[in-house]
Design a binder for this molecule. Sequence first.
Ligand SMILES: O=C(O)CCC(=O)C(=O)O
Length: 273
Amino acid sequence: MPHPLVSQQMIDTYQADGVVLVKGLFADHVDQLRDGVAVNMADPGPYASENKKAGETGRFFDDYCNWTRIPQFRDVIETSPAAEVAADLMQSRRVQMFHDHVLVKEPGTSMATPWHQDGPYYFVEGQQTISFWSPLDPVRQATLRCVAGSHRWEKEVLPTRWVSEDGFFPDEGQYIPVPDPDAEGMKVIEFEMEPGDAVAFNYRTLHGARGNQSDSRRRAFSLRLVGDDARYVERPGRTSPPFPGHDMTPGQRLREDWFPILLQRQAGSEPLT
Ligand SMILES: O=C(O)CCC(=O)C(=O)O
């Protein structure tokens, strides 16, 4: 049986569309996550950035890979139902930590999060991947937007730098150009969400978000996990996140001392649907 937050229909939707809403995934952890975001913003890590193009208003802060130093994040990762839900949606026996990401758009932030797939920035290959994007404030217009079925596209979308819009890697040949899903009539899935709800999406799902023109903050916590078929893959340059000194080789599972196993279901104990 899947976790009570998950239905068979959600599993089917996740597999077919690469995106599904998980109502209340972090509902019991909203205050803890807000505290963690406050700690993170007061004491940013080495990868923190302020995403601002010339002429943009507001503040768009993001930072990642802080769960080992921010106890609130570690506790949520270890005690919330995220790993169980991830196993069900990915149809994976194993769930392994990848990293956390905080994205805050203060009121009046004009900058949109550009359309992108996360996969091409990462050194991870595989279809059993999942990112949980959870707002810590109610979201309407500044919610996450995902293109249904894009996780099955044959070629990856060109990864770019969010502010300069330059290609992220020197070699751009192997990617398709960044589409404009609204103009191109693609099926864009988005939800009005309450704090602690989560959008689950595959690393290859094309997604983006509008700026935050509302008068309240839009704090979001993202948790990235991987499943059975995830393997280390070499990219044409430094990945994001980079994890310097990781020492992994192509085809290897992610090293468990850096990316701990959060859940391992025994064969036969949890019938796959
Ligand atoms: O919060 C946002 O604006 C974008 C989030 C995102 O791109 C992600 O979580 O991968």
